[in-house]
Ligand binder design. Structure first.
Ligand code: SF4
Length: 136
């Protein structure tokens, strides 16, 4: 599944809200709504997004996957452990979700690793779900 010739360029679809991150989707009624193109966010956006619920629970951001610099990186399998955990936690129906347009898919670490199953998880999950794994 890994067809990107330069793994260093893969994006993490679970990036934090910080200047330079790429906004690629937002949550509406519990579902992700994908932007046609990513929007690079700036300090003005991040400051405004801090008001109310956490920005990561309302928006999805992408940024460079830092591999071994991330606590979720699985050194043994040279893969993102978070993507695998999320896929293992959801129902098969969710994994069979129809692929929607996603502006980061071609460079997404999760898609490169797990294909459409990763997209099914991404479209259903919000940051809070991921945080359950990050903190466990
Ligand atoms: S290892 Fe996974 S969670 Fe960590 S930066 Fe890469 S894609 Fe994101």
């Amino acid at each position: 599944m890994d067809s990107n010739s330069n793994q260093e360029d893969y994006l993490c679809p679970s990036y934090l809200s910080k200047p330079g991150a790429e906004l690629f989707a937002y949550v509406a009624e519990g579902q992700l709504q994908y932007l046609n193109e990513t929007v690079v966010i700036d300090k003005t956006f991040t400051e405004a997004a801090k008001k109310g619920r956490s920005p990561e629970s309302r928006f999805r951001f992408a940024g460079k996957c830092i591999k071994g610099g991330c606590a979720q990186w699985d050194n043994g399998n040279s893969a993102c452990g978070l993507s695998n955990k999320l896929i293992n936690a959801v129902t098969p129906q969710t994994l069979e979700a129809t692929l929607q347009h996603c502006a980061i898919r071609a460079k997404c670490r999760w898609f490169a690793q797990n294909g459409a199953a990763a997209c099914g998880v991404c479209s259903e999950s919000v940051r809070n779900m991921e945080e359950a794994f990050i903190t466990s």
